[in-house]
Design a protein around this ligand. Structure first.
Ligand SMILES: [Cu+2]
Length: 181
């Protein structure tokens, strides 16, 4: 038995076995490194993708919530500069989910009240792509260029826009007011 173990044949066989085993280890380590690199590259790719997504989300994030309520103009020139319009809630506060009356005051650039104006109102939430839940109407003239707008309702928080189309003796013009809830 011992003599057979040291026979040249079995020795070379064992050497061959060891060599092929070594080759297996080397090639095995080779594929291990290659797949490790594949993981590293995939990880880097994924990280780059995530960074890209985060940047896109950050850059396209709606800016409205960062805008302070006080920065939203309650008074502005109409689009073609015909009138100066002011828009404010009749009772001074905006309440979500309540039907409210607002006041639209129209003056000329010289400060004279604009009387007899025909006003149509539309609007919605630009970031949600939906319109108004109600159909606000100009229901009365209160004097001094001031018109009551009834049926204004804001059903959710966020940025709302109200578009006014105004026709008066001086001509037709439009104005958009932002309302942030
Ligand atoms: Cu909405």
């Amino acid at each position: 038995m011992a003599a057979a173990d040291f026979a040249p044949g079995s020795f070379s066989q064992r050497r061959g076995g060891t060599l092929s085993a070594q080759r297996d280890v080397i090639s095995g380590r080779g594929t291990g490194l290659a797949s490790l690199w594949r993981y590293v590259l995939a990880g880097l790719g994924l990280a780059a993708l995530l960074a890209g997504i985060l940047a896109a989300v950050y850059l396209t994030a709606p800016q409205a919530p960062q805008r302070a309520v006080s920065e939203i103009a309650r008074s502005k020139k109409t689009a073609h500069g015909l009138f100066v319009a002011s828009f404010e809630p009749e009772r001074g506060v905006i309440r979500q989910g309540e039907l409210q009356s607002w006041l639209l005051t129209l003056k000329t650039n010289a400060g004279a009240p604009v009387e007899g104006a025909a006003i149509t109102i539309s609007g919605g939430m630009p970031q949600h792509r939906h319109g108004l839940p109600t159909s606000p109407q100009a229901t009365g003239y209160l004097g001094d260029g001031c018109y009551r707008i009834d049926g204004v309702k804001f059903t959710m928080s966020g940025l709302w826009q109200l578009h006014f189309a105004i026709s008066a003796a001086a001509g037709s013009d439009t104005v958009v007011f932002d309302v942030l809830l």
